[in-house]
Design a protein around this ligand. Structure first.
Ligand SMILES: [Zn+2]
Length: 44
């Protein structure tokens, strides 16, 4: 079960993420383009 969907505001990719992946993306930015992201870029 994937609890979140991340949508990058820069590269527009939609990526399903688990909770640890969400934490890592918030800390490190988008895994594809490196843009910094906020909690409101994640939908449940
Ligand atoms: Zn991106």
């Amino acid at each position: 079960m994937i609890p979140y969907e991340f949508t990058c505001p820069d590269c527009r990719r939609e990526i399903p993420v688990t909770d640890p992946m969400r934490e890592a993306t918030l800390a490190n930015g988008c895994p594809l383009c490196g843009r910094s992201v906020a909690k409101d870029h994640f939908a449940t």
